[in-house]
Design a binder for this molecule. Sequence first.
Ligand code: ZN
Length: 78
Amino acid sequence: MIPSCPECGTPGVPLLFGLPVAEAIDAAGDGDLALGGCVIREPAPNWQCPAGHQWRDADERAWDQRLQAVLSAHGYRP
Ligand SMILES: [Zn+2]
């Protein structure tokens, strides 16, 4: 289940920190995920909406599942 932005109600995309793999950069180009760079704030947000709002959702499993789905849709094979 994809959480919606608490500010504007738009469904979010997974927000990924750290050095992204090529498929993640590709996915970010299509708007399927967001790249947060290398600076990690605590508590780190893990979702972002198309308007750029970032928030933290406690359901790490949903985040992980969505991220894996997006990466495999862009050709990533672990
Ligand atoms: Zn928003």
